[in-house]
Write a protein that binds this ligand. Structure first.
Ligand SMILES: [Zn+2]
Length: 126
């Protein structure tokens, strides 16, 4: 039996319908000004950063807000299987990142150690 959903699932648009200029003109940068602080920044054309309109410094609070207000409630609303699946995927990506950035990871771990060394309880002797 023919179902339209099956055809749409495998449908790949021909190249003429896709915006191919992105693949040929990677080096074009836009000159934009941050919405918050007005600092000039130059994102690549057609990227998320060009759309966002925030400079490098203003992105961090934006990401934090997005994480707390969007991601965490969404993640908490997911069933446990989905959460485990996402955690597993995150762990795989994390391990890949660690193998690629060993020096950064060592630095991060050392900072974490110094930040948390006072929180650890000593083992009581007796
Ligand atoms: Zn800014």
């Amino acid at each position: 039996m023919f179902r339209i959903t099956d055809t749409w699932r495998i449908f790949v648009p021909p190249a003429i319908l896709v915006n191919m200029s992105k693949h040929f003109y990677h080096d074009i940068k836009l000159i934009k000004f941050c919405k918050k602080c007005g600092v000039e920044y130059r994102p690549a054309r057609y990227t998320f950063f060009a759309m966002l309109g925030l400079c490098w410094k203003c992105r961090r609070p934006y990401y934090r807000k997005w994480y707390l207000e969007m991601w965490r409630p969404w993640f908490a609303a997911q069933p446990k299987e989905k959460q485990d699946q996402l955690r597993k995927a995150k762990l795989v990506n994390w391990k890949v990142w660690v193998t690629k950035n060993e020096i950064k990871r060592r630095k991060q771990a050392l900072e974490s150690y110094h930040r948390n060394k006072h929180k650890r309880k000593r083992r009581t002797t007796g």
